[in-house]
Every structure is written in C-alpha cells, then in structure tokens.
Write a protein that binds this ligand. Sequence first.
Ligand code: ADP
Length: 259
Amino acid sequence: VPGICEVRLVQTAEKAERRLIAIASGKGGVGKSTLSANLAIALRRLGHRTGLVDADIYGPSQPRLMAADGERATAHDKQLLPIMTRYGVPMLSMGQLVAPEKALAWRGSMASGAFGQLVEGRWEHVDTLVVDLPPGTGDVQLSMIQKHRPAGAVIVSTPQDLALIDAARAIDLFNTAGVPVIGIVENMAGYVCPHCGEASDPFGQGGAEAEAARLGIPFLGRVPLDIAIRRASDAGEPPAAGDDKAAAPFLAIAQKVAK
Ligand code: ADP
C-alpha cells in the first residue's frame, strides 16, 4: 500500500487459532467504535486475550477512545507491531498508519491492503481480535470476508427505523457470505435525564430487539444513551474499564459474545 510502510503479509500458524469478531453497522454515528473499544476491554476483563483492530478508514477513533492518541505503530521484520494500550488491550489502528484525511481518499484496494496489514500484525498472545469496521458494506468488509474469515459479526444499531434498515443490509452481507451473525446490540436506547430523572426514548424503543427476533438472530443487549458514556469516551476512559456499574452493559454483552 503506497503511502504507508510496506509490510509483507505473514501467515502464521497462530492466525488460525485467533477468533476475529467483526463489529459492523449499516451507517456511521450509531456507536460502533464505542462498542468495539468497550467490548474489547470487557472481553479482556472476562479473561480473554483480546486485541483491537481499528479498520474504520472514515473516522479511526480508537486511538482517542483508548487514550493512545499520537502513538505511531512500528514494524518489525515487515510486520506491524500493535501498541499496548493502558487498558491491557493491544491495538492497531488505521489512524496510526496515516492521517485520516488521507485515508478518506483511498481507493478500495488500498483500504483493503491496509486492512490486511492491521489484521496480519504481530498479535502475540491474542486469541480474540475485535475488529471495528467502517460503516456500511464496502471493500474493507468484502476483503475481510474473503481473506480473513471472521468467526462472527456483531451488528450495532440505534433503535430507530432508518438505522435498522441499514443494519439489515449489513446482516444480509454476512448471511450471504456465510459469516455467523453473533447478534445485534441496541445502542443509545433510552435516555434518563440527569436533572429530573425522567426516562425518554429519543430514538424509539426496542426496535433492534424486535428486528433481531424477526430475523431470528440473538439480541445481545442494549446500551443506554448516557452523557457519561460520551464524556468518558472523549476523555479516553472507556466505561468498560471503569467501576462495575459503568462497565455492566458491556460486560453483559461480552459474556454473550464470548459464548
Ligand atoms: P460510530 O463508530 O458508529 O460512527 P461512535 O462510536 O464514534 O459511532 O459514536 C458516535 C458518537 O456518539 C460519539 O461521540 C460517542 O461518544 C457517542 N456515543 C456512542 N454511544 C453512546 C451512548 N450510548 N451514549 C452517549 N453517547 C454515545
């Protein structure tokens, strides 16, 4: 891939044992990156040796979410070395390879090539690789399905109709390719006003669970729309790494994903 360090794709025996879990959404802004970071940390808390790949070329946000802004990935023997985040989850991000505004202009083959370099990095002592995909059903998804065969996909959606229609497209892609859909996570479900305590549903309620039932795929749980989640994410302090109450929704989802 021109513009980033050249890395030979190295097939190792270890690769075959690693579970790749793709985190997908039909559209952007539904919380796919937030869920990916927190799920990776929650899986680690449950004892899984988890790594995180940030393949979202349109907005690689894992370096900020994982408090690793400005850290560049290095290569050894033509293989990328994941950086170790302070949450014990090693990570490689598109954002560490190239300035996001450059990645935006990439053609499909360049994005797919860069994706291969991230997944084929030196993931030592990692048995579960959480992959934060770009939104939609584009080249990165297709190349991942063809070359890297994920063990399963988790679909993130808000409860809203429009987001659900897009999520159904992502589900269809994985179904057609024979990649098991592990389930749907409903994000931004229900809002409790921090001042008056009144509960409301800005994006509707229960849409993702109903859609999961309709499609016959598991519902993995819901994460509330919570200003604390947004604040913690911006500060590079994922709630899954926090106290039990903050981490609870992510640990519950991780338990189902790990099964
Ligand atoms: P995506 O990866 O789908 O584009 P992000 O994970 O980047 O979405 O989330 C988009 C924005 O919404 C971010 O500012 C994030 O902090 C915020 N956000 C995500 N999930 C929640 C939530 N459950 N409650 C509050 N804010 C959230």
